[in-house]
Design a protein around this ligand. Structure first.
Ligand code: C5P
Length: 229
């Protein structure tokens, strides 16, 4: 990484499924005029591309090649895979579960590293996922680990799916979330864990605005602190 790139600030927001990372990261990015990376979307896209191409979700070599060659574009709130809009399709639970399976494979993660780092563009980046603060942007200016109880997260996911017209069952969602948390936390490579220098934020009883304000306050404190060095 060049000295120029390392000067571009990154805010890393990690946490378990449906903890609200996406909404918070987008709002924080909007408030600061920063770019936004939804790293989970990349894993979901690999799962979708693999299903379309008939590649098994444990075929590490083929999946890593797919990850390298993936033709992805994020534009105007839509996500394109090989020119096709797949924004809603990748939000399905099937893609989420597939994503969590392919994400456990080291060669797939390695293939996505540079692609993720390429999002670090002036004036700054808000990146959300599982390993933004621990691996991909370990020099992030601010690291936040956002949690919420499994029940609150299952409810949130239920509402999101319903809004998209996708049928869902809250008890099944809760079970799937717990299973996904378990797989994401137990994997040997880049497991879901709080970075040693991350601030933990439990959003269980908090509204979106309060969480966004807290993250912005932390960031501004950090930015002011480094200006005074
Ligand atoms: O955040 P989202 O639910 O879209 O992520 C889907 C899956 O992708 C997660 O369950 C996780 O297994 C994987 N993931 C990851 N590392 C990231 C982002 C997502 O392993 N940085």
């Amino acid at each position: 990484m060049s000295a120029k790139t390392s000067a571009i600030p990154v805010i890393a927001i990690d946490g378990p499924s449906a903890s609200g990372k996406g909404t918070i990261a987008e709002r924080v990015a909007g408030a600061l005029g920063f770019h936004y990376l939804d790293s989970g979307a990349l894993y979901r896209l690999i799962a979708l591309a693999a299903t379309q191409a008939g590649v098994a979700l444990d075929d590490e070599g083929s999946l890593a090649r797919l990850a390298e060659e993936l033709e992805v574009r994020f534009s105007g709130g839509e996500i394109y895979l090989s020119g096709q809009i797949v924004t809603n399709e990748i939000r399905s639970e099937k893609c989420g579960i597939g994503a969590s399976r392919v994400a456990a494979l080291p060669a797939v993660r390695a293939a996505l590293l540079e692609r993720q780092r390429a999002f670090r563009i002036f004036p700054g980046l808000v990146a959300e996922g599982r390993d933004m603060g621990t691996v991909v942007f370990s020099d992030a200016k601010l690291k936040v680990f956002l949690t919420a109880s499994a029940e609150v997260r299952a409810e949130r996911r239920y509402k999101q799916l319903k809004e998209k017209g996708i049928d869902a069952n809250i008890r099944t969602l809760l079970l799937e979330l717990r299973e996904r948390d378990e797989r994401d936390s137990a994997r040997s490579v880049a497991p879901l864990q709080k970075a040693a220098d991350a601030r933990e934020l439990d959003g269980t009883g908090l509204g979106i605005e309060e969480i966004v304000r807290q993250v912005l306050d932390w960031y501004r404190q950090k930015a002011a602190g480094s200006r005074h060095l």
